[in-house]
Write a protein that binds this ligand. Sequence first.
Ligand code: M6R
Length: 600
Amino acid sequence: MCGIVGYIGELDAKEILLKGLEKLEYRGYDSAGIAVANEDGVHVYKEKGRIANLREAVNADTKAKTGIGHTRWATHGVPSKKNAHPHQSTTERFTLVHNGVIENYEQLIREHLQGVELKSDTDTEVIVQIVESFVNNGYTVQDAFRQTLKLLKGSYAIALLDNETPETIFVAKNKSPLLVGLGEGFNVVASDAMAMLQVTDQFVELMDKEMVVVNRHQVTIMDLDGIIVERAPYTAELDASDIEKGTYPHFMLKEIDEQPVVLRRIIQEYQNDQGDLIIDSNIADAVGTADRIYIVACGTSYHAGLVGKHFIEKWAQVPVEVHVASEFSYNMPLLSKNPLFIFISQSGETADSRAVLVQVKRLGHRALTITNVPGSTLSREADYTLLLHAGPEIAVASTKAYTAQIAVLAILASVTAEQNGAMASTNLIKELGIVANAMEELCDKKEEFEQIAKEYLSTTRNCFFIGRTIDYYVGLEGALKLKEISYIQAEGFAGGELKHGTIALIENGTPVIALATQEHVNLSIRGNVKEVAARGANPCIISSAGLNHEGDRFVLPAVDSDLTPLVSVIPLQLISYYAALHRGCDVDKPRNLAKSVTVE
Ligand code: M6R
């Protein structure tokens, strides 16, 4: 969701910015722009739609060594050239890009910008206009920027250019991600390291309410009182090939295929030399001694949390509640006396989850973040972190992060169970190894899932996913996958709940994809399938080997019954992928969506 890049050095800034923005495309956006500064002033180019449109609009003859760029995901004002960033102050001396939401922008307009004619509908333009008004009142640019930041309520990552000092980029951050990258004779700014891996792997993290003055040879970090902050850089451990599609047509397909490798990597990462699963003992203690665990997450991560609840309650015997972060923030349940909060977030930057974490820390409770991104905001601000080791996930539709989250939750539950002397699962390492092989087997059967997508989903306007117990949770994830990339209206339902209302939606030919991987509910889910079939539905049963009945559409390889979500989700991911592909949808960058949702 919104991406920022900046470059100051010796090379052609516009090319580095455009390439950087292309690497941020995965975050989701609807317009893009760059501003480059040279001795003739600042040149702004922006366009609605894809970066390819922006590339065409940029004058190839503009030579500049400093610049900032932005991909916008609309919040205030429709996607349009007018609302695309960069935004400029009235005199066009200042040019700014912003990621986040300025909650008090209307108040700021009333109190600071009377008489100023705003050119866009955005909250962002207010920032650049206020900087200019402070400068008009005699402030240095640095002080004007700092004073402006002090007025802002909400979230921001900002890069600002002053056309009178094109050798400097001013940067600031609060709640939205932003990094400064270091190079020999150049420095860069980026929402995430992937955008600037093309030029450096050395990055400095910025903390909330810090601002930075970035020159070619120097990076000066300070707090909003101007006190200088020293911080060592770190090396971004990303492999450039991780963020390329290689021979795959889409990142989503590549990431689905990576799942067995990721699972084997997780088994390695959480295993000691003796071949036992390990988790930092503080974390296992925190889980084992909590009187209740609150899992907080959004979207796919929330669905993984539901499966995690099953493991933690069954194996570690600790009660678990799973909550959608955006609701929890404003509707906190009565908490137990000694809770532990587990935040699950692929990106580690999701604003809804972060809002809960801030409240939880304020209340003095302990928090564990399970994330794919080391150093992400949710990781930094929690007491403990467990990493997913899934490698960068670029497609907006989360796939390998989901299975990685489930695997890490299984390991966490199992190690805690062992530590507590509670009932652990049997030989989890061996069982996860069997799952990895089963995942591979499924990934090798793509044509079968493509065929199912053709048969059931090529013309339908809706689709239901049903299951019971953990199959229901996977059904929720299957429905989310299908709707977000194919735009088919899809709902996941507990098989027994359909008859309480939703069955009214079943018409002749409505596809109902049913999961049957749990022995104790195998007959009851099949009963539910009969109910919808009797009303004209077109059922597609995906069952586990050993529980299959004649007529099932696909039989999954047998794995430990608690771990079936790790395999049953793969057909659903692939069916969604092919349904979207056949409908001509942009699989990796579905409309209206952002990969990293950094606004509440
Ligand atoms: O980065 P997070 O895991 O916190 O993101 C949460 C959701 O925004 C995310 O899972 C979203 O639902 C995915 N697009 C689903 O594929």
